[in-house]
Design a protein around this ligand. Structure first.
Ligand SMILES: Nc1nc2c(c(=O)[nH]1)N[C@H]1C(S)=C(S)[C@@H](COP(=O)(O)O)O[C@H]1N2
Ligand SMILES: [Mo]
Length: 259
């Protein structure tokens, strides 16, 4: 799939085009799973126009029912980050953890878990597909990323959203193997792109990325960054790692890992 370059400005332009195209709010709603409608009722939910534009050409990933949930969900990659800083947060039940959103934003965000849980939430039951050849269906609850990006106020030249994690995938004293990932603004504003703190109705376990991990449902498992510490809005990826936009992309995997 060819990805179009996208800036904050062109998201807004696309919104205008979609509106002219006659895509109604009612039509938009019918595409969304019923349990997410309350998000759209919220007066604070200000990404409707951006989302409507993105939905015009980007379908939702399939959602499943409770009966479809996998009895076990494998933990993969890092399952317990070793750094002292992370382990200290495990000890204090993540009370000192903050989610930071910075970079090309006008209002840098710094939120505690309690702050995040006070925002409108979305729950979705989806299938996770790992390149290593396993899949599992799980239930995720979290905050739509688009909502947080609206709060942060992106600059006109913003193009990518980068997820900085707590773990070094390979032991590297210099931190060179720090896990990170990135997505474009289409996926960032997709309604199923959430920062999940709850998995299968329980607080996210350390093995699955506590306290917060990305769910970006139309892409493969390695894009779903666990152990989120910082989100960076940027216009380029060349300054990170090997410049390919993610830990696995730096090692030869596709940056856009569409399913
Ligand atoms: N920070 C971080 N995120 C990560 C990984 C990792 O090692 N570190 N592994 C990725 C891979 S390959 C997969 S399949 C999923 C696994 O998520 P799970 O442990 O909840 O199954 O997380 C992804 N996100
Ligand atoms: Mo994976």
């Amino acid at each position: 799939m060819k990805k179009k370059l996208l800036t904050r400005r062109s998201v807004l332009t696309a919104g205008a085009v979609a509106a002219v195209g006659g895509l109604t709010v009612a039509g938009y709603r019918s595409l969304i799973a019923p349990n997410s409608l309350r998000i759209l009722e919220s007066a604070e939910y200000v990404t409707l126009n951006a989302q409507r534009a993105l939905l015009a050409n980007q379908p939702l990933a399939r959602e499943f029912g409770v009966a479809d949930m996998s009895p076990t969900f494998k933990a993969n990659g890092t399952t317990n980050p070793e750094s002292q800083a992370y382990q200290a947060m495990v000890q204090n039940n993540f009370s000192t953890w903050r989610l930071k959103i910075d970079g090309l934003v006008t209002n840098p965000v710094n939120l505690s878990m309690a702050d995040l849980k006070r925002l409108p939430q979305r729950t979705q039951i989806t299938r996770h597909d790992c390149v290593e050849g396993w899949s599992a269906i799980g239930k995720w609850t979290g905050v739509p990323l688009g909502q947080l990006l609206e709060k942060a106020g992106m600059a006109d030249n913003a193009r990518y959203v980068v997820f900085h994690c707590a773990d070094d995938y390979y032991e590297a004293a210099d931190g060179s193997a720090r896990y990170y990932e990135s997505i474009d603004l289409f996926d960032a504003f997709h309604p199923q792109t959430i920062l999940a703190h709850t998995m299968n109705d329980a607080p996210l376990k350390v093995a699955h990325g506590a306290p917060l991990r990305l769910r970006v449902e139309r892409q493969l498992g390695y894009k779903h960054a666990k152990y989120l510490m910082r989100i960076e809005v940027t216009d380029k990826l060349s300054h990170l790692g090997q410049g390919k936009g993610g830990f696995w992309p730096d090692r030869g995997y596709e940056w856009y890992a569409g399913i």
